[in-house]
Design a binder for this molecule. Structure first.
Ligand SMILES: *Cc1c(COP(=O)(O)O)cnc(C)c1O
Length: 255
C-alpha cells in the first residue's frame, strides 16, 4: 500500500468525483420520490491507499467500506489520527477474524451465519467502538455494533451471504446478542451488463425485508454500487456502496 499523499490535482479530481456522485445519488432519490438524505454514501476504498481515504475525509466523507480485514486494520492504524472516520466491513468475514475487527469497525454489512453473529457478538461485548466512531442506524443512535445480514438473493455459488431460507435464524441470532444492533439487510446482485438487470435482485431483498418485520425491524438496505446505484435507490436502498466511481479504477490487491 503506497502512503504517498495525494497531489493537489488528485485532490481536486477526487473532490469533483465526490460532488458528482453525491449529486447522482440525490437525483436518483428525488426521482424515486425520496428525500436525498435518506440515502447515505459508503465510499468503498478497498485496495486504495490510506492517502485516498485521508483525501476523501478532508472533503467531508466519513463512512468507508473495506473488504479485507488485514487491509482494514492497516488503514485504521494509518488513519488513527482521524477520530471520527468510520469503517464499514462489507466483505466476507471469517469467524476467526471477528476478534480483530471488534472495536475497530463501526458497522458490519456482511454477517451471513448464526455462528458468525454469535462470535461477533461475543467479541463486540469485549471491545466496544469508541464513541467518536459510532455509526447511527437510520439516523438514530442505538447501543451495540450495527450489523446487516447479507443475503445471497441470486443464489450464486460464488457469492457470500446466507440463503433466503436461513435469513430468519441469522436475524434472530443477531438480535440475541446484546452487543450487536440489527440494522438491516445487504446484498450484492448477480452482475448484469445493463444496470436495470439488478432490479429483480433488489426487489427480492425488499420482499424478504417486508416479510421479516419490515423497516421497523430492518431499517437499512445496503444495496447498489457504482454500476447500479440509481436502480438500487429506486428500489429503496438507504446505503449505497460506491468505489470506482469515486476513487477511479482500483489498484490490484497488495500493490
Ligand atoms: C467492491 C465492492 C463495492 C464497490 O464496487 P464499485 O463497483 O467499485 O462501486 C460495493 N460492495 C461490495 C460488497 C464490494 O465488494
Amino acid at each position: 500500500m503506497s502512503s504517498a499523499a495525494y497531489s493537489p490535482e488528485d485532490q481536486e479530481r477526487l473532490r469533483e468525483r465526490f460532488a458528482l456522485q453525491r449529486e447522482r445519488l440525490a437525483d436518483a432519490a428525488r426521482r424515486a420520490g425520496r428525500q436525498p438524505d435518506s440515502v447515505r454514501l459508503i465510499a468503498v476504498s478497498k485496495t486504495q491507499p490510506a492517502a485516498a481515504l485521508r483525501a476523501a475525509y478532508e472533503i467531508g466523507q466519513r463512512d468507508f467500506g473495506e473488504n479485507y480485514v488485514q487491509e482494514l486494520l492497516a488503514k485504521a492504524e494509518a488513519l488513527a489520527d482521524l477520530p471520527d472516520l468510520r469503517f464499514h466491513l462489507i466483505g466476507h468475514l471469517q469467524r476467526n477474524k471477528a476478534r480483530q475487527v471488534a472495536g475497530v469497525v463501526s458497522a458490519v454489512h456482511s454477517v451471513d451465519s448464526v455462528r458468525l453473529a454469535q462470535e461477533l457478538g461475543k467479541r463486540a461485548e469485549r471491545a466496544r467502538v469508541p464513541e467518536a466512531r459510532r455509526w447511527s442506524v437510520a439516523g438514530a443512535e442505538r447501543p451495540g455494533l450495527p450489523v446487516l445480514v447479507e443475503v445471497n438473493v441470486g443464489g450464486e455459488a460464488s457469492k457470500s451471504g446466507c440463503a433466503p431460507e436461513e435469513l430468519e435464524s441469522v436475524l434472530a441470532a443477531v438480535e440475541a446478542e446484546p452487543a450487536l444492533c440489527l440494522a438491516g439487510l445487504m446484498t450484492v446482485p448477480p452482475f448484469t451488463e445493463d444496470p436495470a438487470g439488478a432490479a429483480p435482485a433488489f426487489q427480492r431483498l425488499v420482499a424478504l425485508r417486508d416479510r421479516s418485520g419490515g423497516a421497523a425491524r430492518l431499517p437499512e438496505l445496503s444495496m447498489g454500487m457504482s454500476h447500479d446505484a440509481e436502480v438500487a435507490i429506486a428500489e429503496g436502498a438507504t446505503l449505497v456502496r460506491i468505489g470506482t466511481a469515486l476513487f477511479g479504477p482500483r489498484p490490484p490487491r497488495g500493490s
